[in-house]
Design a protein around this ligand. Structure first.
Ligand SMILES: [Zn+2]
Ligand SMILES: [Zn+2]
Length: 378
């Protein structure tokens, strides 16, 4: 089956700002083929604009171009390919951007976000089921992280489409494709934050604000939000931060240490993608504590750490990709918390835009004015 879809295509990265003038994203009518074996066709209802999308525009992340951007969305299954048991036609689904094969060592040991075949497919801008499905005048257009959320219709591996309860408001579900699982998974699967512990969160964007509420739900006794923007710190306080540190006005390491009785926090989460902030998060962690690195950097970036402190102070540094989740286990679990009112989205959402307004949306994200903008396809 072939249909025509309006999709946000990026041909070139590294264009100058403002993006409202250089327009790195153009909305094109593409041909979409499939779904083939083990794939589903999804009508996208809502997608979130995330820093990882901006990182492609900036050239920090370098998937093959041209590409249909976006990786965080929810929609409705309109067709299923051969051999697909789940999801079914008509199901509401949240998309997972960590493609997985279900058969490799990582998939079999409960770590599908590290799947070998999924990583290879994401790096090559294709589906883990093989090849690409978007065409523009006969040219192949790549998939972004196996999702390509900024598109009216997408073809994805059935393993990436997680069926969810039909009662949930679909326009709010997009965030369960990246921001929510990345943050909550980092707290519950990677760091395993303990009841009563102290937590500092460096960076209060879409990821950091959700880390704040995840730490609150996990029972942290102190949650210190660090950012250089006042408005983001206020949002963090509404979501449960007990202290706010404006890093534009003070040394955030000294301030986190002061607020934790001179010791530093049990867990310091870095959610900026800035290597200088990664060092700050490490230095603000207490002896025997854990630093969790979540920000997206380019492959060439390096962090220099005082090595004595790692051994001599028994510190742990961990990374987490998409919250180290098992999508079919953890996304429904997180949606339950949302249904119970424990996960809040209002403080994280900052407006809706159309596909044609993505370039302006990128400017707002890069300027730090927006947290999560939701793209509505129709
Ligand atoms: Zn994302
Ligand atoms: Zn695998």
């Amino acid at each position: 089956m072939t249909l025509v879809t309006r999709s946000a295509v990026v041909e070139k990265s590294g264009l100058l700002r403002p993006y409202s003038s250089s327009r790195p994203i153009s909305v094109r009518e593409l041909e979409l083929i499939g779904p083939f074996k083990n794939e589903v066709l999804v009508r996208v209802e809502a997608a979130g604009l995330c820093h990882s999308d901006l990182a492609v525009i900036e050239g920090v992340r370098r998937p093959p171009l041209p590409i249909v951007l976006g990786h965080e969305c929810a929609g409705m299954v309109v067709e299923v390919g051969e051999g697909v048991a789940s999801p079914k036609k008509g199901d509401k689904v949240v998309l997972s951007f960590a493609q997985s094969c279900g058969e490799c060592l990582y998939c079999l040991s409960g770590r599908p976000t590290l799947c070998d075949a999924g990583r290879a497919a994401n790096n090559e801008g294709r589906l883990v089921t093989g090849g690409t499905r978007f065409r523009l005048e006969g040219r192949e257009i790549h998939h972004h992280l196996g999702v390509s959320a900024f598109s009216e219709y997408i073809v994805v591996p059935s393993s990436s489409a997680i069926p969810v309860s039909p009662d949930l408001p679909i326009e709010r579900l997009a965030l369960f494709g990246c921001a929510i699982p990345t943050a909550f998974g980092a707290v519950m699967n990677a760091a395993r934050v303990r009841l009563g512990s102290t937590v500092a969160i460096f960076g209060c964007g879409g990821l950091g604000l959700n880390l704040v509420q995840a730490a609150r739900i996990a029972g942290a006794s102190q949650i210190i939000a660090v950012d250089i923007r006042e408005d983001k710190l206020r949002r963090a306080e509404k979501l449960g931060a007990t202290d706010a540190v404006d890093a534009s006005r003070c040394d955030p390491v000294a301030e986190v240490r002061r607020l934790t009785g001179g010791r530093g926090a049990d867990y310091c989460f870095e959610a900026t993608g800035n290597t200088r902030v990664m060092l700050q998060a490490f230095l603000a962690t207490k002896k025997g504590g854990t630093t969790i690195i979540l920000g997206v950097t380019s492959p060439e970036d390096k962090v220099e750490l005082p090595s004595w402190m790692i051994m001599g102070e028994e510190r742990c540094i961990i990374g987490s990709y998409m919250g180290s989740i098992v999508p079919r286990r953890d996304i429904p679990l997180l949606l339950n918390l949302y249904s119970q009112g424990k996960i809040r989205l209002d403080e994280v959402l900052t407006g809706e835009i159309k596909l044609e307004e993505l370039n302006e949306g990128l400017d707002r994200l890069a300027d730090g004015i927006a947290v999560r903008q939701i793209v509505r396809m129709r």
